[in-house]
Ligand binder design. Structure first.
Ligand code: PMP
Length: 365
């Protein structure tokens, strides 16, 4: 008997997942990839050699499980973060997405809710609903900033168990002032997660929410090696929080979640942080030049403290996105309907992007 092809909707999937879409940044092999906010600079030969050596050394132990508590890497990350942090206040997982998922598993769940201020990172609601937690969408202002008074009012109205603040925000690039974060932390009845995936790209002088950790045990600050550290392929995200928060995460994390090879590669990356973070200044300069150039073309451009720029406004953004792709440049169709996001690449890649955009926009320049 031949059965017909099974469709997703035929499966006894959880009702709250029916009709949902997975995370979907297209993986298209275009010559210029400016779509997922990666760092365009690959590891140097010296770093590759050190990574290979660390993997060679630890390969001899792969019959054993990894260090379940990730102690050495957590010490390295605490040292990198500064702010007097120690390993007991730092936790790591496979990308900050997994860190966020563990937070939802520990502090969300059926009957609970999480709130974010949109437009923001699309995975926050996806991870939230995946953890059977209700998503509450708060609003940002027209300039994509947050009005702290309105944010506090929304939190008091909905009383979410978890509040997400993303600073600098994806896809808009907007950084939040520390006072706004402080207001939210004081108003929130539960946990507050400040997602600082792009923190290293912020304009100088922007303070990190890490400075608020000492007095706020319900605050969690998440970071990643995928962006400024140029290690997206390693899949390493981390957080800083009160030691009790990390105790809570140990209840839900899978044993041995972070492989020996991931831990080894991440430790090498932290050791090479001078070189890796050395690209940040160049990317910031390219970003500022990109903002100025797009504004010079008469486009609307959001202020950016990240390694990407949100620009618009296009009646048919899909046509612009497709036009760029025809010129070999892949950017991201994300955010509010009339806007597009371009990740910052090398000087050559940005030149190609600007040429392509000028060709695609007939009235530009
Ligand atoms: N937070 C934000 C705001 C992001 O934009 C991203 C990646 N696009 C992540 C978290 C997840 O990064 P990763 O899992 O690679 O650490």
């Amino acid at each position: 008997m031949t059965a017909g092809r099974m469709r997703l909707s035929d499966l006894p999937i959880r009702n709250d997942l029916r009709g949902r879409s997975p995370y979907g940044a297209p993986q298209i092999d275009a010559p210029v990839l400016l779509n997922t906010n990666e760092n365009p600079y690959p590891p140097s030969e010296g770093l590759v050699a050190d990574l290979a050596e660390a993997v060679r050394r630890d390969a001899a132990t792969l019959n054993r499980y990894p260090d379940r508590e990730v102690v050495a890497l957590r010490e390295d990350l605490a040292d990198y973060l500064g702010h007097g942090l120690t390993a007991e206040r730092v936790w790591a997982a496979n990308g900050s997405n997994e860190v966020l998922q563990q937070i939802l598993q520990a502090f969300g769940g059926p009957g609970r809710s999480a709130m974010g201020f949109e437009p923001s990172y699309s995975m926050h609601p996806i991870i939230t609903t995946g953890a059977a937690t209700r998503w509450i969408s708060g609003a940002r202002e027209d300039d994509f900033g947050l009005d702290p008074g309105k944010a506090v009012a929304a939190i008091e109205e909905h009383r979410p168990d978890i509040v997400f603040l993303t600073s600098p925000n994806n896809p808009t690039g907007t950084a939040l002032p520390l006072e706004a974060i402080q207001w939210v932390v004081e108003a929130a009845p539960g946990m507050v997660v400040v997602d600082e995936a792009y923190f290293e790209f912020a304009r100088t002088g922007t303070p990190s929410a890490l400075t608020l950790l000492e007095d706020n045990p319900r605050l969690i600050v998440t970071r990643t090696m995928s962006k400024a550290f140029a290690m997206a392929g390693t899949r390493l995200g981390y957080l800083a929080a009160d030691p009790a928060v990390i105790e809570a995460l140990l209840l839900v994390r899978l044993p041995y979640h972070l492989s020996t090879l991931t831990q080894a590669a991440a430790r090498v990356a932290v050791a090479h942080r001078g070189e890796l973070l050395g690209t940040v200044d160049r990317l910031r300069a390219e970003r500022d030049a990109c903002v100025a150039r797009l504004r010079g073309q008469g486009l609307s451009v959001a202020d950016s403290d990240a390694n990407f720029v949100l620009f618009g406004r296009f009646g048919d953004r899909r046509a612009v996105w497709e036009g760029l792709l025809e010129h070999g440049v892949l950017i991201r169709e994300v955010g509010p309907p009339e806007w597009l996001r371009v990740s910052i690449g090398t000087a050559d890649e940005m030149a190609t992007f600007h040429q392509a955009l000028t060709a695609v926009l007939p009235t530009a320049d």
